[in-house]
Ligand binder design. Structure first.
Ligand SMILES: [Zn+2]
Ligand SMILES: [Zn+2]
Length: 278
């Protein structure tokens, strides 16, 4: 039995509320990013505008009416930490209290992927990525056929391939995370791979060039596979290699060697355009 006041027994005890009311409360500032990540900080207002988890912008004002989102809550501090003791005080706003506008993260969570046009699961996502990779050359060739010879995105180097595939992925996926790839040699700029968050798929894009064909490419890919084996989010590594000049002499041999390696990650190599080995 819980004694509410001396000499009086309470039949509906609320020990937590009672304890909280006796502890001194502190201010916690919080922010929500555009993807819905919630972060808080004891007594320190936020000065940076970006999410520590995903890099997206903090969402501070309603996009529809401009009203400011709440930015603080109050709770006693958990002993020995900078965390709130009362977790129920931490409420993420999901809609504007002024105009009722539902915030982007709440829409994303309320509607299943399929309704938003995204693949329902990893198998479907893999099928889409495979199709994009396998047909990339057809796409690149079609891009060059502009009306009246207007200017176009010409796929000349690895960055062009990256940007074009990024744009194609955006047709199907909401959450495409660029992953900086550190260059293996000093002086080269970092390349970007794409993580399809939620599907555990990483897409690593390469384009052959002078000096980057069979042996060198195989070495690079073995190195990348080892690196991605350590990343929990990567269960499938798909690698389109754009080889329009047919520099790779033995595409089938290269593919078989690399795909025969034990995962994780499960690895698939797409040398495009597809052709028979020379
Ligand atoms: Zn975030
Ligand atoms: Zn609003």
């Amino acid at each position: 039995m819980f004694t509410d006041r001396p000499g009086r027994l309470s039949l509906t005890p609320r020990p937590e509320a009672d304890i909280i009311s006796r502890m001194s409360r502190e201010v916690f500032y919080f922010r929500v990013c555009e993807r819905g990540h919630f972060t808080y900080s004891l007594r320190q207002p936020f000065t940076d505008g970006f999410c520590q988890t995903c890099g997206a912008k903090h969402y501070t004002h309603c996009a529809k009416c401009g009203a400011q989102l709440p930015d603080r809550f109050f709770s006693p501090v958990s002993m020995g930490t900078t965390d709130p003791w009362d977790e129920s005080a931490m409420v993420r706003p999901d809609a504007c209290t002024k105009c009722g506008h539902v915030f982007p993260w709440a829409i994303a969570e309320q509607h299943p992927r399929a309704e938003r046009g995204s693949p329902a699961d990893t198998a479907e996502a893999l099928a889409i990525v495979r199709r994009l990779c396998a047909r990339f050359h057809v796409f690149a060739r079609q891009l060059r056929q502009r009306h009246d010879d207007r200017s176009t995105l010409d796929i000349a180097d690895e960055y062009d391939v990256q940007d074009a595939i990024h744009a194609l992925l955006a047709l199907y996926f909401d959450d495409i995370r660029p992953e900086e790839r550190t260059p293996s040699h000093a002086g080269k700029s970092a390349r970007t791979d794409f993580l399809l968050k939620g599907y555990n798929i990483v897409i690593e894009i390469k384009k052959t060039r002078q000096g980057l064909a069979d042996a060198k490419l195989g070495d690079e890919l073995i190195h990348d596979l080892a690196r991605y084996a350590k990343l929990d989010d990567c269960k499938h590594l798909l690698c389109p290699v754009y080889d329009p000049d047919e520099r790779i002499r033995n595409p089938e041999g290269l593919r078989k060697d690399l795909e025969a390696r034990d995962g994780p990650p499960h690895f698939e190599l797409f040398i495009v355009p597809q052709r028979a080995s020379v």
